[in-house]
Design a protein around this ligand. Structure first.
Ligand SMILES: [Zn+2]
Length: 145
């Protein structure tokens, strides 16, 4: 089940909706920086109907390949996030692409480190570490398409 658009009428008729979604990963190719790669994404969604809105509670689980900000090694990490969002009940449909994309960029660590022991020697040499990190964050701000 990869569809991310839900008709509000259908959710209302069914008095809510519980669904597990595995979206197409290519939809989110712009959600992460070029240092990270989305490898898997699953979402457990629960839509509940309120007086004037539909509430979405979702558990997002992503497998992301990250680049260590210290040694530049690539490593995989599973990251989970719970989101809550309200939608106007008078709208026609709910499109989850935007909220999932925002959630993914929020889930991506700013300065991932591959392991606790990575470049321990550099921690003493603060200036060297600092230089590397500011270089990395400068690169992170650039968006390549
Ligand atoms: Zn590392």
């Amino acid at each position: 089940m990869g569809n991310l658009i839900f008709k509000i009428e259908e959710i209302k008729n069914n008095k809510g909706l519980k669904i597990n979604i595995k979206p197409e990963l290519s939809l989110f190719s712009d959600s992460l920086t070029q240092y990270s790669k989305l490898k898997d994404l699953t979402t457990d969604c629960v839509f509940s109907i309120g007086a004037s809105s539909i509430m979405l509670e979702a558990e997002v689980e992503a497998d992301i390949e990250l680049t260590c900000s210290l040694c530049l090694k690539k490593f995989d990490k599973k990251i989970k996030e719970t989101i809550e969002e309200f939608y106007d009940i008078n709208n026609e449909e709910i499109d989850l692409k935007e909220i999932l994309s925002e959630t993914l960029s929020m889930m991506e660590p700013m300065r991932p480190v591959c392991s606790k022991d990575c470049h321990n020697d550099l921690i003493e040499k603060y200036s060297a570490k600092h230089a590397m990190q500011s270089q990395f964050s400068k690169l992170k701000d650039c968006k390549f398409k």
